[in-house]
Design a binder for this molecule. Structure first.
Ligand code: ADP
Length: 232
């Protein structure tokens, strides 16, 4: 069985807008997937369904054996522990240092105190920021801030790393560095990576699994990462 499976998933919001129609797709363990498509095509909805910010109206979503839509509210933490999430705007805590921002994610889930330091340092090393542990986010470049957010997202060794337009605020060079970093985490740690993006150059350069949405429908599912022209 695949790590992530959507079966005939429809999502209609309360205002009547249908954001996804009968979406079926599967993502294997260790996969690196770009989710692409124009504004309003349902990319964020797909992501929100995965981390149970929203529930499907119809169909089922299975992630690592968990039926995400059917999960009780009090059990959602079980799902979230399998996930790391990175957003376009980094969402770091400005009054905490780089080290503290990453440590906070472990403290919040009740990690043993003696494990926190080695895990935080390993994670910051992986993103190339071990030298910046005492800095505050405001003193870092956008690319560095996003690296901290990635370190925070992977510090608990999630099965799936979900990135919602992680390069949306970055210039092309920094964007490519962030994608290369995500790709190395995917390869070194075996973490399954899902990345929502508008960046055609990145998608075409990396040649990964590409899921393209159009008006809430699955438009293309390129398992081997072909060039994508018409959709972006
Ligand atoms: P994308 O991320 O590709 O821009 P979204 O998933 O955000 O697309 O949106 C898909 C459609 O669902 C759009 O028409 C959007 O207006 C609508 N939508 C998104 N979130 C909500 C919401 N919370 N309530 C109502 N409609 C929504």
């Amino acid at each position: 069985m695949s790590l992530i499976e959507f079966k005939n998933v429809t999502k209609q919001y309360k205002n009547g807008v249908t954001a996804l129609y009968e979406l079926s797709l599967s993502i294997e363990k260790g996969d690196f997937v770009f989710i692409i498509g124009g504004s309003g095509c349902g990319k964020s909805t797909l992501i929100k369904l995965l981390y149970r910010e929203e529930k499907p109206s119809k169909g089922s979503i299975i992630l690592g054996g968990i039926n995400v839509g059917k999960l009780r509210n009090r059990s959602v933490y079980k799902l979230r522990r399998k996930l790391g999430i990175v957003f376009q705007d980094y969402r770091l805590l400005p009054k905490l240092t780089v080290y503290e921002n990453v440590a906070f994610a472990l403290e919040a889930i009740g990690e043993k105190k003696k494990n926190i330091r080695p895990k935080v340092l390993k994670s910051l090393e992986l993103v190339g920021l071990k030298g910046k542990v005492r800095e505050y986010p405001d003193n870092l470049s956008g690319g560095e801030q996003q690296r901290v957010a990635i370190a925070r997202a992977i510090v608990n060794e999630p099965k799936v790393l979900i990135c919602d337009e992680p390069t949306g605020n970055l210039d092309p060079l920094m964007s490519m560095e962030i994608v290369e970093l995500l790709s190395s985490i995917n390869q070194k740690e075996g973490t399954t990576v899902l990345m929502v993006t508008h960046d055609k150059e990145i998608v075409n350069k990396m040649k990964k699994h590409v899921i393209a949405l159009k008006d809430g429908h699955l438009f293309k599912d390129y398992k081997k990462g072909e060039y994508v022209n018409e959709i972006l």
